[in-house]
Design a protein around this ligand. Structure first.
Ligand SMILES: [Zn+2]
Length: 254
């Protein structure tokens, strides 16, 4: 499959049959694509961070001590680090490509050990995921991240899956469940998936209490939906997806 990146560059998407990933080879436009570190089509950023924060708090409360040190490895503007700190987690910000706006003063030193590292909507931005993961697993044995998994491998056009997002030029590596299991294996770790959260961790961690965690995820979501529906926004409809579509068509047209 090929795609048109940033409305003008031509790119090949390669399928790896071994681990079932899809990637772009030599993305030479990255500097241009990162002229703004958070693209303007990312209208889901706040909704996503709120959900992520809630889910992480369920996991931290269930499996970790309140003293843990957590590093948000692709911390972006610092939204999640700040939100987690508000909930009492010693979360630190780290990002090689983005400016820290909201978690200033709580930067990670880049080398000390951490109880967990996070990377939300980061893995699909990596040219060489194994290099980054090598770096991460020197410092932690628990890596919690998000990335949308490939629904299938055979695509004719980048229009067939919104996550390819060629108009922004930042998504260059796409994973399947098999890819993630293969990676975990290579590092001698285990791979777990809790709802949409992916976790690489040392063996045995997250084995217990899985049902409780799943129930809490579910009940939390239902309660928030009910609150939204009955208390907060009965006459208003979210503009998140419409805004996303607007921005995307603007970027596609240069
Ligand atoms: Zn592969």
């Amino acid at each position: 499959m090929s795609g048109q990146i940033l409305g003008k560059y031509f790119a090949n998407y390669w399928v790896c049959k071994n681990c079932e990933c899809i990637f772009i080879d030599k993305p030479f436009w990255l500097n241009e694509a990162y002229s703004e570190s958070i693209v303007r089509t990312d209208t889901g950023i706040m909704v996503r961070n709120i959900n992520t924060c809630n889910q992480l708090m369920i996991i931290f409360n269930t499996y970790f001590n309140p003293e843990i040190k957590v590093v948000d490895y692709g911390g972006g503007y610092g939204i999640l680090a700040r939100m987690l700190r508000d909930k009492g987690v010693n979360a630190l910000w780290y990002d090689k490509f983005s400016q820290n706006l909201l978690a200033r003063g709580f930067e990670y030193d880049g080398h000390s050990k951490a109880d967990a590292m996070l990377a939300f909507e980061v893995m699909e931005h990596l040219e060489d995921p194994m290099e980054t993961l090598n770096e991460i697993f020197e410092k932690t044995d628990c890596f919690i991240f998000s990335t949308d998994l490939l629904p299938r491998l055979n695509y004719k056009s980048t229009n067939e899956w919104w996550y390819f997002a060629p108009e922004a030029g930042q998504h260059i590596f796409f994973y399947s469940e098999k890819t993630l299991k293969t990676i975990a294996n290579n590092f001698g770790l285990e791979y777990s998936k809790i709802n949409k959260l992916h976790i690489f961790h040392k063996k045995g961690m997250f084995k217990n209490k899985r049902v409780i965690v799943k129930v809490k995820f579910f009940v939390g979501r239902v309660f928030i939906k009910l609150l939204d529906f009955f208390i907060f926004e009965s006459r208003f409809k979210s503009r998140m997806w419409d805004d996303h579509r607007d921005m995307r068509s603007k970027m596609n047209n240069g």
